[in-house]
Design a protein around this ligand. Structure first.
Ligand code: 13P
Length: 255
């Protein structure tokens, strides 16, 4: 059975004190949940304090990005080792905001993914099409390019450890969720791409999360789809009640 994951991407929100309050509230509600995996990804500045607060809970910690090099003269960047030693087990890579505002290419996302795996972090590699690409009929091609480019040259065992997040750009922060059928269609497409490259057995163990305006009111519909293994949540992850309700929805759908 595939690992189910509910992840909160806090993006550039929350000071240390605010992050502690949010983490505490989430811990009170879902701190003992083991299936699904509950994951929060605060900004770098709040990782250590959040890790300390969560250490007697089941909640996992992740970074929102990292550099592909081991260390060195890369002003403003953060390394895999820094994430690991701050308490992270996961790292989000290639988020559409990184691709759009920081010009991250599939090639760069691939280098970061390889580095994360080498360091022992679980990468959550994001892919997703824009509205233009969907409307012009290019969605499947764009997703295939992003999946194969971002995951290029991964071994079968590394592929099995990697998590993919499908986040249609047009659904992020817009209140427009992909319908469960639209999301499922793309998740099946991604699994087929993986099966062609790695075989069915490997493709079947890779968790594929959906992201884009997920909240308590639309979670049930998404989670009853066979290929939707959880969610990567932005806005709603900043509210403990809402985020925990999505965790509970995944638990009810079979964790
Ligand atoms: P929203 O849930 O705010 O649409 O953000 C989704 C996202 O980008 C998670 O990484």
């Amino acid at each position: 059975m595939r690992r189910k994951i509910i992840a909160g991407n806090w993006k550039m929100n929350k000071t240390i004190v605010e992050a502690q309050a949010l983490a505490r509230a989430i811990k009170d509600k879902v701190g003992n949940v083991t299936a699904p995996v509950v994951l929060v990804c605060p900004p770098f500045t709040a990782l250590t304090e959040t890790a300390m607060l969560l250490k007697d809970s089941e909640i996992q910690l992740g970074g929102q990005n990292m550099h592909e090099a081991e260390s060195g003269a890369f002003t403003g960047e953060i390394s895999s080792e820094m994430l690991l030693t701050s308490g992270c087990a996961y790292v989000i890579l290639g988020h559409s905001e990184r691709r759009e505002f920081f010009s991250e290419s599939d090639k760069l996302v691939n280098a970061k993914t390889i580095k994360a795996l080498e360091a022992g972090l679980i990468p959550i590699v994001c892919v997703g099409e824009t509205l233009d690409q969907r409307e012009s009929g290019d969605m499947k091609k764009v997703i295939e390019e992003q999946v194969t480019g971002s995951l290029d040259s991964l071994s079968e065992s590394d592929m099995k450890k990697t998590v993919i997040a499908y986040e249609p750009v047009w659904a992020i922060g817009t209140g427009k969720t992909a319908s469960p059928e639209q999301a499922e269609e793309v998740h099946v497409h991604i699994r087929t791409i993986l099966a062609e490259k790695y075989g069915r057995e490997t493709a079947e163990v890779v968790s594929i999360l959906y992201g884009g305006s997920v909240k308590a009111s639309n979670a049930d519909g998404l989670f009853c789809k066979n290929n939707i293994d959880g969610a990567l949540i932005g806005g709603a992850s900043l509210k403990a009640d809402e985020f925990s309700a999505v965790v509970n929805a995944m638990e009810s759908a079979g964790g």
